[in-house]
Design a protein around this ligand. Structure first.
Ligand code: FE2
Length: 273
């Protein structure tokens, strides 16, 4: 029997699981239910490698490659997110992963393989909490609107670097801007989620630019308020598994120039509706 220790309005630490062994059907069922209930699950002291990481992800769906990140040798499904003194972190913005896709991921499983001596936490925010804490009038206004999400917007700083277009131009061409409902319904729980993010969402369709900017600015601030968030401090053997249809996240880049290395698998999702 697994135990879920709730951390905040979202997030729970899972106890009673050894990820070195394959999940049995009862454990898988409990993890699914736990992810639906808490939106992000944390595992401590799991001394696993890429093969076990991949097995855990495959229990929930098909891994999707990322157009911009390198991968672990022999494991094209596992992306490396690494910062060193020569390679400062580039993303410090709240986001949901890869919302520039027609079918953004179901979730991601992130493992810390080099933990910085101090700092380097990750934060998550609940899209359910953000939606549910809006007034009825605001909910009625937003329901039915769509917003555009853009890879080129999210990676504009990388594109502007020397060699940026050579490295990412093909990914920009393969990922034209895509429209998603601002309010999506979670396919498993039926809960409504406020589905915009500061990194990839560019504008609300049907509004004037000044109107869209003002509404999005309010929504981004609202999503990121501390009441909707939790924070996780990495240790060797720590893993986080989040529902990408129900959360935002952001790294806290207070560790740099120390070394931090993460390995991430992203699991294919469905079209938001
Ligand atoms: Fe991310």
């Amino acid at each position: 029997m697994l135990h879920f220790h709730r951390l905040a309005s979202l997030g729970a630490e899972v106890e009673g699981l050894d990820l070195r062994a394959p999940l049995d059907p009862a454990e898988l069922e409990q993890l699914r239910a736990g992810l639906l209930a808490h939106q992000v699950l944390f595992f401590r002291d799991q001394p696993i490698g890429p093969a076990e990481h991949l097995a855990l992800a495959r229990a929930f769906g098909e891994p999707v490659p990322h157009p911009a990140y390198p991968h672990v040798d022999g494991f094209p499904e596992i992306n490396i997110l690494e910062n060193t003194a020569d390679k400062p972190p580039k993303i410090d913005t709240w986001h949901t992963d890869m919302t520039f896709l027609q079918e953004p991921p179901l979730g991601s499983i992130l493992r810390c393989t080099v933990v910085p001596p101090v700092g380097g936490d990750t934060m998550w925010a609940s899209l359910f909490g953000a939606w549910e804490s809006l007034s009825g009038r605001m909910q009625r206004y937003l329901d039915g609107l769509t917003a555009n999400h853009s890879f080129a917007h999210g990676f504009r700083h990388s594109l502007a670097e020397p060699g940026g277009w050579e490295r990412l131009g093909e990914a920009v061409r393969r990922s034209p801007p895509v429209g998603h409902p601002i309010v999506r319904t979670h396919p498993e729980s039926g809960r409504k989620a406020l589905f915009v993010n500061r990194l990839f969402t560019t504008h609300i369709n049907g509004l004037k630019e000044s109107e869209s900017d003002a509404v999005l600015s309010f929504l981004f601030d609202h999503l990121e308020t501390p009441e909707h968030t939790c924070r996780f401090t990495w240790r060797p053997g720590s893993i986080a598994f989040w529902d990408n249809r129900a959360t935002l996240h952001r790294p806290v880049n207070d560790f740099w120039p120390a070394h931090r290395r993460m390995e991430r698998i992203t699991i294919a999702g469905d079209r938001p509706r």
